[in-house]
Write a protein that binds this ligand. Structure first.
Ligand SMILES: Nc1ncnc2c1ncn2[C@@H]1O[C@H](COP(=O)(O)OP(=O)(O)OP(=O)(O)O)[C@@H](O)[C@H]1O
Ligand SMILES: [Mg+2]
Length: 250
């Protein structure tokens, strides 16, 4: 625990001037260790559909897995989700919005994701930190600096990162049309981001592609302009080429 004076307090007492460390950081040494896979991309690119299909596929392959999402992957986080994805697009300034996303992320990691991974369960997350960079840095006109976003990541997430990120790439005109159609059947309209203009969504798409270029080992971009079944095959190909499922069976 970190004391108010900034000294590190352990069960043996105050340890001196050591830099305070991230509390409850992810335990990288823990065994077993599930894989953390994130699905990213603009609105209506098929993330949730493909995540569900991958989860079913892994289940059939006898790989224990947990589907989750950001924002709102936890009970507490679902309150934050409601604030973040509904209502007026300009109701927060950009920094407030980032802090809310990171509060949700921290709750999600510390109460759900890390626990599952440490039990050997794969965690499939519908969006993660790349979405914050894509929306708040590449997408918005009033950008939050990359440095601020990197600092927030360091504070809330530490050195932890996804084992694989699949980015679904699609012309926003197609994605937005799908999203609006989907929202017609929703009781709570989660269309706060959809209501930003096409320029925003084009920047967002470019932002995700730039993130993929900057993180070639972690990210794979898939062309999402395909049928649901074809795209699912591409997802499975990426997963089976990267990971040995036989090693991860229950
Ligand atoms: N490959 C596809 N071809 C046509 N329609 C699709 C395809 N994939 C998904 N859809 C449909 O498009 C809509 C949006 O898909 P989905 O919810 O999976 O996207 P998403 O990326 O999770 O969207 P959001 O960003 O809004 O969460 C859904 O109604 C879904 O059934
Ligand atoms: Mg979705």
């Amino acid at each position: 625990m970190v004391s108010l004076t900034g000294k590190v307090v352990t069960h043996e007492g105050i340890e001196g001037e050591r830099e305070p460390q991230l509390e409850f950081a992810f335990d990288f040494a823990a065994k077993p260790r599930g894989l953390f896979i994130t699905f990213e991309g603009g609105e209506g690119t098929g993330k949730s559909t493909q995540l569900r299909l991958l989860s079913e596929y892994l289940h059939d392959m006898k790989v224990n897995n947990l589907m989750t999402k950001e924002p709102g992957g936890t009970e507490l986080g679902s309150e934050l989700r409601k604030m973040l994805v509904t209502g007026d697009k300009d109701k927060f300034d950009a920094i407030t919005e980032c802090l809310l996303y990171y509060a949700d992320r921290r709750i999600h990691l510390t109460t759900k994701v890390w626990k599952a991974l440490n039990e050997g369960i794969w965690v499939l997350s519908d969006r993660f930190a790349d979405s914050t960079v894509a929306y708040q840095y590449y997408g918005y006109d009033r950008k939050v600096s990359k440095e601020t976003l990197d600092d927030l990541y360091k504070i809330a997430v530490g050195d932890f990162k996804p084992d694989l990120t699949i980015i679904f790439d699609l012309d926003p005109k197609i994605g937005l049309e799908r999203s609006f159609k989907k929202s017609l059947g929703m009781e709570v309209k989660e269309t706060r981001h959809e209501s930003r203009g096409l320029e925003f969504h084009n920047n967002l798409r470019e932002g995700f592609l730039e993130i993929a270029r900057q993180n070639p080992e972690r990210c794979v971009v898939l062309d999402a302009d395909k049928s649901i079944e074809e795209l699912h095959k591409d997802v499975v190909k990426v997963i089976t080429e990267r990971f040995d499922l036989a090693q991860c069976r229950k």
